[in-house]
Design a protein around this ligand. Structure first.
Ligand code: ADP
Ligand code: MG
Length: 690
């Protein structure tokens, strides 16, 4: 492994700050952070100066405000440290430049939030995530807002949602008597899945190149069924790549714990150690960038798309979420004594209530256009949201429900056999891999999230809905008839929640057809596509929820819906136009080549003639359908609202494309090697092994 002294050398973290800043400045900084105050000018200038000196030591020439606009990617505007004073160049970086920036905001999606005369946008330093050096540029994490402070990015709502959940979770912990707790922070660990393909092959596939996924291609005779890839040795080339990735991440203070093959061929996973949700989201954005850049160096391309290949597993980003107090207690750790246990159960019930009440929001926020090909498919959680708690906790909560609250005695928890929950398994033995939301010992794992997505989006939702449930519980605890005995009151509240929300708990096989039927009986929505889930953002209850916790205003939410619909339509139209091009530029010419080859044989036997006839008919069908597809694509612009246009794309454009793809995929494996001059699935899957 790498030396400890190199860990985080490219991060301007607290240790470096302590080392580089004059002691009064450092003290002031810590104070400001604790109070969540704004920095005074003198302190900001001193920090900026130290940051610049440190960056120059690391050969940086530029700095940038690094932010996360609604594209889901990161954006940065580079500025040099050089300034001109009295006609002479000097190296300068002021507190003002550190704190505030003014990028050209007009090129980022805003969903109609800014009219052109107020097109300015500002970036503000997010001092809760440390600055870092990437490719000789000092990157300063910032939020991005409009002229009047409107949200234009992924991070600002995330920070607000952290405050919201901290406030409510602290109320509960304080109510249970722990007055030392003054804040609670969500922590996440994001397991990142991705595919690698050879770069030469990638460049020969226009679909991969333009859309990040293959739009046609039949499975080879060997796919993932032997699961040999999962346990097999990592190809030498990939191993070198991973070493390189790990080294870069190590210097950026990101400890990537595991590196192993995933189930599909050419699929891999990287899991860093968990961090505060804010830092973890930033780190994940960096990880995705490092994976992509490093792959290129090794003559490969990293595919972050949720479903690059049809027929084998797609990629997700497991979002392991927990809540930790400023005193270091994980509120989802069942703990050793009954007191901790009841608090743990209250938090677990809050999550149950939140997820059940807001299933569609979770489904929506876990998705993008790409994830539609993954959710519900092989080895991916279904589009139905449910929670797997594990036998022990579920049984316990069931026992609660069966007993009457009247019978509680002071030490009543023991009656329920939970004098200690510390024996709960923390390993994978009690796990259900098919559940979209699973309790895994001391955290909840949200498994629906798409691999290419910015995780802030989902975590804003999780933080907000759990904050809302906690608020509800805190109100009840404070006004409960047993309020003098918080444990008794808490049990009562847990029972109430369980009775109402039990339907969301499911421990069986989430991939089975029976579950789909059962879920329907339980009234759990099964929203098949991302586009259909977007409506939830326009509902009154959603708007009120976000306003209640000061996360989004009505207008901000509206703009987000607009951006999401627009993105959906654009992504799908790019795919269908690329597909249309490929029908004419690749599929039909390939079939012609095959026919020409057969015809060149001279007087062909009857079965070959039949083959030619068949291929002719496929070509005719493809040509006819492609006219229809062209027509359907052009109609998209005729709709008045974005949601109507999106529905048109979903219901009219995509089925045509899928149908045509199926037609071609069915014959691809029957064609002669000599007729195909593009890389097939076989080449793409196994092209790294040499
Ligand atoms: P798995 O078996 O799913 O791989 P791991 O224990 O390896 O489980 O953890 C997966 C991810 O969860 C890692 O990124 C890890 O850092 C993260 N994680 C572990 N504990 C917590 C926690 N309390 N809160 C949030 N994430 C956590
Ligand atoms: Mg996992």
């Amino acid at each position: 492994m790498f030396s400890l002294s190199e860990f985080g050398t490219k991060v301007f973290n607290e240790k470096i700050m302590k080392e580089k800043l004059p002691s009064p400045v450092y003290k002031k900084w810590i104070e400001t952070m604790e109070k969540k105050d704004s920095l005074d000018r003198v302190t900001a200038d001193a920090i900026a100066h130290a940051m610049k000196e440190w960056a120059l030591e690391h050969n940086c020439t530029h700095y940038c405000h690094w932010f996360q606009p609604l594209t889901g990617l990161t954006a940065e505007k580079h500025d040099a440290f050089i300034d001109i004073k009295g006609g002479e160049p000097i190296l300068k970086f002021s507190g003002k430049s550190l704190i505030k920036g003014e990028p050209d905001a007009s090129s980022f999606p805003n969903g109609g939030l800014r009219s052109t005369f107020e097109a300015r946008g500002y970036t503000y330093w997010d001092c809760s995530s440390p600055a870092f050096i990437h490719d000789n540029v000092l990157c300063i994490p910032t939020i991005f807002v409009g002229f009047h402070g409107e949200t234009l990015d992924m991070k600002w709502p995330l920070l607000k949602s952290i405050d919201a959940i901290s406030k409510q979770a602290t109320r509960i912990v304080n109510a249970f008597g722990d007055k030392d707790v003054t804040s609670v922070t969500p922590y996440i660990g994001l397991e990142q899945e991705y595919f690698l393909v050879d770069r030469e092959l990638f460049l020969k596939r226009e679909d991969l190149f333009l859309t990040g996924k293959t739009l046609f291609g039949a499975l080879p005779s060997k796919g993932q069924e032997l699961e040999d890839h999962y346990f097999g040795a990592i190809p030498a080339r990939v191993h070198e790549f991973m070493k390189d990735v790990n080294k870069t991440l190590w210097e950026l203070g990101i400890y990537a714990k595991s590196e192993h093959n995933e189930v599909a061929p050419a699929q891999f996973e990287l899991a860093p150690i968990f961090n505060t949700v804010n830092v973890a989201v930033d780190q994940n954005q960096t990880i995705m960038e490092v994976l992509q850049k490093t792959a290129l160096k090794h003559n490969m391309v990293c595919l972050l798309h949720e479903k690059p290949f049809q027929g084998v597993n797609g990629s997700g980003k497991h979002n392991n979420w927990s809540l930790i107090t400023n005193t270091g207690v994980n509120l989802f750790d069942p703990g050793k004594d009954p007191h901790d246990n009841i608090q743990f159960l209250v938090f677990a019930c809050a999550l149950i209530q939140a997820v059940d009440d807001h299933q569609t929001l979770i489904r929506m926020a876990s998705s993008n256009p790409g994830n539609d090909f993954r959710l519900g498919a092989n080895e991916a959680p279904p589009a139905i949201v449910s929670i797997f708690l594990g036998q022990t906790i579920e049984n316990l909560l069931n026992q609660f429900m069966e007993k009457q609250p009247k019978t509680y005695e002071k030490n009543s928890l023991n009656e329920f056999g939970i004098s200690s929950l510390s024996y709960l398994p923390h390993d994978s033995s009690d796990r259900n891999r098919t559940s979209p939301v699973a309790f895994t010992g001391n955290k909840f794992e949200f498994r629906m999230l798409g691999s290419s997505m910015n995780a802030a989006h989902l975590n804003v939702i999780i933080n907000t809905i759990v904050a809302d449930a906690l608020n509800d519980i805190a109100n009840k605890l404070e006004n409960h008839k047993y309020r003098q005995d918080k444990r008794k009151a808490a049990i009562d509240i847990c029972i109430e929640i369980m009775k109402k929300h039990k339907r969301i708990l499911f421990g069986g096989n989430g991939y089975s057809d029976e579950w789909i039927k059962e879920a329907q009986k339980r009234g759990l929505p099964n929203i098949r596509t991302f586009a259909e889930s977007l409506k939830i953002l326009e509902e009154k209850s959603t708007i009120e929820l976000f306003m209640r916790h000061n996360i989004f205003s009505k207008e901000e939410l509206k703009s987000r819906v607009d951006v999401l619909y627009t993105n959906y339509i654009n992504v799908r139209l790019i795919e269908s136009r690329t597909f249309l091009h490929l029908v004419n530029a690749v599929m039909i010419p390939t079939i012609i080549k095959e026919i020409t080859m057969i015809n060149a044989m001279g007087t062909a036997p009857t079965f070959l003639k039949r083959k030619v006839e068949f291929y002719n008919s496929v070509m005719i069908e493809l040509s006819e359908q492609s006219l229809k597809l062209e027509d359907a694509i052009s109609k998209t612009s005729e709709f008045e609202t974005k949601s109507e246009a999106a529905m048109h794309v979903l219901k009219e454009v995509i089925p045509l494309m899928e149908n045509m793809r199926e037609m071609y995929d069915k014959i691809e494996n029957k064609l002669a090697f000599s007729s195909i001059d593009y890389p097939t699935y076989k080449d793409l899957f196994f092209g790294l092994n040499n």
